[in-house]
Design a protein around this ligand. Structure first.
Ligand SMILES: [Fe+2]
Length: 173
């Protein structure tokens, strides 16, 4: 729970605090960063892990989030609405810290840390989309996209939990 709370406050604290003031342009930026963060950790796992299950997960996450990110960018471009993250947003520094921490680990230790991170990250992102971002989005196409991809994010979470269980990785919540 601690880790999930840390992720939720680190990644999405600004939007949670200013939920009613979120413009679509800001939400595009938040959504884009969430995709980017998961692509970056997936690439690290693809480069480092030798475990076939972890590599399969990483590949799925990279492929899916790259596609979703592009769809979000296409809509934002059409709307001329790609914004910047909210003031005080710590997503990039959080992501860099996470990658640095994971990069120091090897083998099974890396796999376990990556899986735990992915579980916490997806749970936090899904929760934020459900409770804060989705209700705030005004543009119908963007709302439709986020609604459409949410089950995919849930699928990633379920798959990651299944691999963690299979590898005997203790879960954090
Ligand atoms: Fe995902």
């Amino acid at each position: 729970m601690l880790s999930l709370a840390a992720l939720a406050t680190g990644i999405l604290s600004a939007p949670l605090a200013q939920a009613s003031n979120l413009s679509d342009a800001t939400i595009y930026a938040i959504f884009d960063q969430a995709n980017m963060a998961d692509i970056a950790s997936g690439r690290l796992a693809w480069a480092k892990s030798r475990n076939p299950e972890v590599r399969r997960l990483a590949k799925m996450v990279i492929t899916d989030h790259t596609a979703v990110q592009q769809m979000g960018r296409d809509i934002a471009k059409q709307m001329n609405a790609l914004g910047t993250p909210p003031a005080g947003d710590a997503s990039w520094s959080q992501m860099a810290q996470t990658l640095e921490r994971l990069d120091k680990l090897e083998g099974a230790e890396f796999d376990a840390a990556y899986l735990r991170h992915e579980i916490g990250f997806h749970a936090a992102v899904i929760n934020a989309i459900d409770t804060v971002l989705l209700p705030a989005i005004e543009d119908a196409r963007f709302k439709g996209l986020v609604r459409k991809v949410l089950p995919g994010f849930q699928h990633h979470l379920n798959e990651t939990r299944a691999v963690a269980e299979k590898l005997g990785v203790t879960q954090i919540h």
